[in-house]
Every structure is written in structure tokens, then in C-alpha cells.
Design a protein around this ligand. Structure first.
Ligand code: F6R
Length: 614
């Protein structure tokens, strides 16, 4: 979950690395570091200043970094092994101080390697898993191997997940990078080569981008790169088609990425739905590499995902069951893999992930494939690991999401999953062509409804201002309002650090109601007309126990003002599309409270954008 960047052959090395790290901060920000390397010299700076680590590193480098270094590596860390302190920050060095390494992932056998290396006289200066690789490379180098082969041989000893970049001041102007599970891309421009954990880090500098696959090792120099596999045989890296521009990777006039991405939601949904219907009404996904016949034969659907993507999957359960009449299970990806899941003929597994790099989700779909399931990925990142490993993929077209708290990816995932539900319904003839057309039309209006909900942000801010003292929130909903409530609670807790829980409204009376007392805020999603009476009863139950109630209600709801303390209005639509609209005031509420409480909304504590550790 750390961010890594490297550049070789540049006249602008320091600026490239610092800018890249600033763009990668969403991956982790417990500490940060840089190494500049030239013949015989390595200059290193590391800072551990929490969410300000990269800013502190910039100050340190601007004050002290030497000029004239054409190559270097940089790292922003989300701590796994070792506290977030400067001595555990990357880059790590070998005993000679010539080999410098940065790493994203976990070296699982680091304890045994450390014991072994210590016995051979190596001295460790950190408690990280990463440092063992620096010493392994040092040993391989001492046998006379060039850096590429030294790294290759070192990696044979290593178990776990990694994207690493290694430099050696005795072989300057070379970076060797390698990948197993953790993401890694390579970029080039004339005379300069780059590597990064994510494309945005080198956007605007590299002009061509290439994906590195598992167990591939790349040697980068000013003249370009060459890649080999673990046996040393040459491999070709696949070129990536990147259509993001620089503005996408920057805030574009907004205070932070979260508010920018919330505002981009109408476009995220519209783009995801664009060009998915042929003239004859057939729903098509150009990128879906699975035949109609295979989809027709699906007997059961299992959705696996984590966090916000899991909540989008929860929405899909209601929609696929209603429209396609297939039985659907939703599984937490990190649980699916370890609980001996049942995969029968006709089981379709859908892995949902914004990044497509979440290790729990990737491992879950691998398990499903091992057991014979066909797997479809819903991914926002083209060519992500999930997209490549699945049998088929549908891309959400939300654009780059930088803020740790996911917003536009959620609405785009729901839109893509609802389209897939309609396609299954079309093939299985569980909806009439007229019903499918009506739903496609309804989905096409969602972007406008989201825009209307966004235009009411002042109403949400006004409510938030009155609740800055509150510490406990319960979010409740029924039917698709339930996953909406779960997602609203997740947004609030992750960026405000307040206590927030999401519940199916009917569950409150089975226990959580004991926690309701004056001072507790209950946020009720009340937009579904069929569930309206029931949820108003639940609202009455919490009001009777002293809770303050915020209702998310449709414009035409005339009853709600009498029962709720605050009402956040949204346009009415078919309940099946409502999670994409109802989530907007809940995102805005979390955002406004977080700002009011002085939180860093883009960089909430302890979290990282892409979770590549189990
Ligand atoms: C919450 C959030 C996380 C992610 C989760 C899965 O705002 O962003 O809960 O949704 O880590 O990430 P992806 O979708 O990349 O697999």
C-alpha cells in the first residue's frame, strides 16, 4: 500500500521524485523518503511526520539535497512491519551504503532471512521486512553479478508480495525494478525512464507506459528498459493505453480530491453507462470477454469485494435478484478465500474493486477460479491485476480516484452492476424488452439526479454545522437503503474518526436500540416508497429514545418533516437506482463534518487508498 517512484537519466530528478510522491500520498503517508544516486555516492533523506511526511521531505530536500544527480528513487509508506519512524522509512540501504531499495508489499519470510543474514555478518538498521532484500542484493553483488541478475537471484529467496526498485551507486544510472502481486508500471520519455506504483505519479513526464507482470524484472537506464523473467529469459512489457490527463491527477481548483471526486459523480455514472446499448436494444459491454451463452447458463452469482466496493456489491444483490431472478450471495473478499466456499457448475463470481489491486479481492477471485468458477471483474483501472486475472471485465469509467475515501467509484460500480443485471435479465428473459428499456432510461437519468443532489450541498453544510459536537451516528435503511446506510456510515467514520455504524433499520430493535439515547444521531434513508411506512416506524422508535434524526427523503415526501429533525432532500426515482443518488448527501455530510472538525479529508489517519496487504 506504499507508493513508489523512480527516475533515471533526468535533469530534473528531485522535482520528479517529489512531485510523484505528492501524487502518491494517497497510498500511504506514515513516512516518506528519497535516495539520489550517482557514481559512488548515495544521498538519502527520510521523514516521519504523519500526514505531512512528504511536505517535510520536500523541505528537507530543498534545504539539503545535492545538485546534479540524474537518478533516484522515492517512497511514501503505509507501515506494516516497524513503527512509522524515520529509521523504518524507505529507502533502505545495505551494509556498504551503496545498495538502496524501496518496496511496496510484504516479505513474508523476512524473519528467517534476517536471522540468516545476521549470522553472515549483516547489520540491520531498521525493523522492516524490506531491509532483508537490500542485504540479499548486496550478497549477490559481491559475487560479481550485475544489478539485474543480483536482484533476480535475490528474489528467488523471497516469499510474499512486492514491487521493488533497487539502485547501486557502483552501477549508477540503472534502476532494477521487479513485481510480484503489488502493482508496478514503467514509463519512458526520450532519454529518461521511470517506474511507479501508479501511473499518476509519472503522468505529464513519461510519454509511454508499460505494465510489469508478476515475476518480471526490469532494468531501466536513460536509453530505455529491458525486462526478463525470474529465469533471466527476455520478456516484452505490454504497452498501456493511458488517456488520463494531468488535470485528472490534480485538484483542478477544488480544495481537495474528495470534493472534486464527489462533484465528478454525474460524469462518472454517465460515462460508465455510455454506449452500452445497441440500436436493437441489446446491452453490450465491449470489454466483457464472456459469451452470451455462458451468461445464460449462470445459475448463481457470488459477489466478492471490500469496503465501499462491498457496499456496491450489496446493492447489486438486490438488483440482480429482482431483475435477473438469480440467487446472489455477497462475500467479504478476505473471508471468502478462507472459508471453503462452494462453487457449483454455473456459479459466476463477480470481483468488484475500484483499484483492481486490492489483494483480498484478487485472492478471492483466484480461489473462485481454482474451484472452477467463471469470474467477471468490475474495475475502474484499465489493465489492473484484477482485470487481467478475471475471465472477463467490465470497466467503470469513473476516471482516476485519488481521495482515500471512495465516492465516484461507488456510484460508477453500482451503475455498471445494474447494467450487468439488466443484461442477465435480457438473456434470461426475466424482464420484458419494455421493462429493460424503461430501466435503461431510468439509469440514464441518474446523472442528472446526482447533479441535483449535489446542488443542495449548502443544505447539508447547514445541518453539519449544527452537529459538530455529536460523537455517535447510526445510519439505517431498508432494502437498497441498507447498503446505502452502510456506505454512509463508512464515509463518516473514515474521514471524521467519529463512531458510526450502519444497520438494516429492522435490525435496530434486536440489540443496537440499547445504544440510542439523547445526543446520538440517527441518519435514516427513507426514499423507498414501499419501505416508507416501515422506516418511519423505525424513526419513531429512535426519536422516542431521544435520538436526533436526519432523514434522506425524496422531494415529494410530505410526511417526513413531521418526524425528522433535519431533512436532506433528493430527487425521487425508482428505488433500484436510488443508492447512487441517496449516497450524495451522506458523502457531503461526512465531508462537511470532517472539514468542520479539522480533519484531512484526503488523507485519513491509518488508511491507504489501495490495500495490497492481507
Ligand atoms: C472506503 C474505501 C475502501 C475501499 C476498499 C476496496 O472509502 O475506499 O473501503 O473501497 O479498500 O478498495 P478497491 O475498491 O480498490 O478494491
Amino acid at each position: 500500500m506504499c507508493g513508489i517512484i523512480g527516475v533515471v537519466g533526468s535533469n530534473d530528478t528531485l522535482a520528479t521524485l517529489l512531485q510523484g510522491l505528492e501524487r502518491l500520498e494517497y497510498r500511504g503517508y506514515d513516512s516518506a523518503g528519497i535516495a539520489l544516486v550517482r557514481s559512488g555516492h548515495t544521498w538519502r533523506a527520510r521523514t516521519a511526520a504523519g500526514t505531512e511526511s512528504v511536505a517535510a521531505l520536500r523541505v528537507e530536500c530543498e534545504d539539503n539535497a545535492p545538485q546534479g544527480y540524474r537518478s533516484g528513487i522515492g517512497h511514501t509508506r503505509w507501515a506494516t512491519h516497524g513503527a512509522p519512524e524515520a529509521e523504518n522509512a524507505h529507502p533502505h540501504l545495505d551494509c556498504s551504503g551503496h545498495v538502496a531499495i524501496i518496496h511496496n508489499g510484504i516479505i513474508e519470510n523476512h524473519t528467517e532471512l534476517r536471522v540468516e543474514l545476521r549470522e553472515r555478518g549483516h547489520v540491520f538498521t531498521s525493523v522492516t521486512d524490506t531491509e532483508v532484500v537490500a542485504h540479499l542484493v548486496e550478497e549477490m553483488r559481491s559475487t560479481g553479478l550485475e544489478l539485474l541478475d543480483a536482484v533476480r537471484h535475490a528474489l528467488v529467496r523471497v516469499r510474499g508480495a512486492f514491487a521493488i526498485a533497487v539502485m547501486d551507486a557502483t552501477e549508477p544510472d540503472v534502476i532494477v525494478a521487479a513485481r510480484r502481486i503489488s502493482p508496478l508500471v514503467v514509463g519512458t520519455s526520450p532519454g529518461v525512464s521511470y517506474l511507479a506504483s501508479d501511473v499518476p505519479a509519472i503522468l505529464g513526464r513519461a510519454t509511454a507506459f508499460y505494465a510489469v507482470n508478476d515475476d518480471e524484472i526490469v532494468r531501466l537506464g536513460p536509453e530505455g528498459f529491458r525486462a526478463v523473467d525470474l529465469e533471466g529469459a527476455p520478456v516484452r512489457l505490454r504497452q498501456l493505453h493511458i488517456d488520463w490527463d494531468l488535470e485528472t491527477a490534480e485538484k483542478g481548483g477544488f480544495d481537495d480530491f474528495m470534493s472534486k471526486e464527489i462533484a465528478e459523480q454525474p460524469t462518472a455514472v454517465r460515462s460508465t453507462l455510455l454506449d452500452r446499448r445497441r440500436r436493437d436494444g441489446t446491452i453490450v459491454f465491449d470489454e466483457l470477454r464472456i459469451s452470451d451463452q455462458e451468461l445464460r447458463e449462470v445459475q448463481r452469482v457470488v459477489l466478492v469485494a471490500c469496503g465501499t466496493s462491498l457496499h456496491a456489491a450489496h446493492v447489486a444483490k438486490y438488483v440482480i435478484e429482482r431483475w435477473s431472478r438469480l440467487s446472489v450471495d455477497v462475500d467479504i473478499a478476505s473471508e471468502y478465500r478462507y472459508r471453503d466456499p462452494i462453487v457449483e457448475i454455473g456459479t459466476l463470481v463477480i470481483g468488484v474493486s475500484q483499484s483492481g489491486e486490492t489483494i483480498d479481492t484478487i485472492q478471492a477471485i483466484r480461489e473462485a477460479q481454482r474451484r472452477g468458477a467463471r469470474v467477471v471483474a468490475i474495475s475502474n483501472i484499465v489493465d489492473s491485476s484484477l482485470a487481467r486475472e478475471a475471465d472477463a471485465v467490465i470497466y467503470t469509467r469513473a476516471g482516476l480516484e485519488v481521495s482515500v475515501a471512495s465516492t465516484k467509484a461507488f456510484v460508477a460500480q453500482v451503475a455498471a452492476l445494474e447494467l450487468l443485471a439488466l443484461r442477465l435479465a435480457q438473456l434470461r428473459e426475466t424482464l420484458t424488452p419494455e421493462e429493460i428499456e424503461r430501466n435503461l432510461q431510468g439509469l440514464n437519468e441518474v446523472g442528472d439526479h446526482i447533479a441535483t443532489a449535489l446542488s443542495r450541498s449548502d443544505d447539508v453544510n447547514a445541518v453539519a454545522q449544527q452537529l459538530l459536537e455529536a460523537r455517535d451516528y447510526f445510519f439505517i435503511g431498508r432494502h437498497v437503503g441498507f447498503p446505502t446506510a452502510l456506505e454512509g456510515a463508512l464515509k463518516l467514520k473514515e474521514i471524521t474518526y467519529l463512531h458510526a455504524e450502519g444497520y438494516a433499520a429492522g435490525e435496530l430493535k434486536h440489540g443496537p436500540l440499547a445504544l440510542i439515547e439523547p445526543g446520538v444521531i440517527v441518519v435514516a434513508v427513507t426514499t423507498d416508497p414501499q419501505m416508507h411506512e416501515k422506516i418511519l416506524s423505525n424513526v419513531a422508535e429512535v426519536k422516542a429514545r431521544g435520538a436526533t434524526v436526519i432523514a434522506v427523503a425524496t422531494d415529494d415526501d410530505e410526511k417526513i418533516d413531521a418526524v425528522a429533525d433535519f431533512v436532506l432532500r433528493v430527487p425521487a426515482c425508482d428505488p433500484m437506482y436510488s443508492p447512487m443518488i441517496d449516497i450524495v448527501p451522506l458523502q457531503l455530510l461526512a465531508y462537511s463534518l470532517a472539514r468542520g472538525l479539522g480533519r484531512n479529508v484526503d488523507r485519513p489517519r491509518n488508511l491507504a487508498k489501495t490495500v495490497t496487504v492481507e
